[in-house]
Design a protein around this ligand. Sequence first.
Ligand code: SF4
Length: 293
Amino acid sequence: MEEVFAQRNMPEKQKSEPNSMAQGIPLKSGIIYGPVNSRRLGRSLGLNLSPVRYKLCSFNCVYCQYGWTDVCTLDTAPYEKDFPSVDDFARALERVLAEHNDQGIDNITFSGNGEPTLHPQFAELVSIAGRLKQKYCSSARLGVLTNSSTATMGSVRSALDSLDFKIMKLDAGDAATFQDINRPCPQIDYQRILESLKAMENIALQTMFIAGEFQNVDEGKVASWVERVGEIKPIKAQIYSLHRPSAASSLREVPAEKLQEIAARVEKETSVSAEAIVAAAPYRPHFSEPRQR
Ligand code: SF4
C-alpha cells in the first residue's frame, strides 16, 4: 500500500527519475522525542501525533525531510486507528515530564513527521498537554509547528488559540508556487489558508526557501511572498533553507546571504520582524540509509 501511495504522490518529473529521489530521514518511532536542541525553539520536547508506520500529511512538500508523503489527505477518519490514542499520549507525556520535572525543557512542541493538527482528537490532546505542562513544567511554553492547512477549521483554530506559540508555514506568495512546492491534497485552497492566517493573532510565520528544480527564490516569488507577509502581519517571520535531505534531491540550498537579504527586505517593506535561521552544518542532498518503516 505504501509503495502505491508513494508513487501516486510523487511529482511527475520524479516518477520517471527514481534515482533522483532521496529517502529522507526515518519517521519518528513514537509520540515523544527529545528534548532536542532546535534551531528555532531552543531546548524543545517534540510531540509526534502522526502515524509512525507510514507518512501521513496534508502536504507533500518537495523539501520534506521525511521523504514523500505516503497518504496525502485532510480526511483522517479512515486512518484513525494508526494515530496515537489519547490515553497513550497522556501516559507518554506525563512519564517524560515527570522525569524532567521543570528542568531542561524550554518548549513543548506539537510537530513530528506529519501535520499534528490532523490528529482526530487534536483539541483534546492540546488540553491534556496544557494541564500536564502546568503540573510538571510550568515554565515551559507549549506550542505548535503547523503547515497551516487546517487553520481554516474552527475547531483547530480554537485549540491553537490556547497555545503559547503558533508557528505557521507559508512557503509561497501565490497559489501556483504553493502547488509546486507544498503539493497539498486536493481539498486545500491557498486563498482560504491566506484568509485564515490574516484573521489569526499572535502567529509566527515559518518559510522554507529552496532553489533548484523547484524554487521560491526568484524575484517575482520573493516579492509576492513579502507582500503576503505584509498582509498577514505575523509577530515575526522565520526563514531558513535546506538542512536535512529532502524528498526531491534536485533541490539546492539558498545561501545564508540571500536569506539575510530576504529577511532585511521583509523588515523594510512590511515592518514585520524577520530572522534568517542559518544551518550549522552544510546541506547534504542524499541520505545514505533507507527509511525505516
Ligand atoms: S508539511 Fe511538514 S511534514 Fe508535511 S510534507 Fe511538508 S514538511 Fe513534510
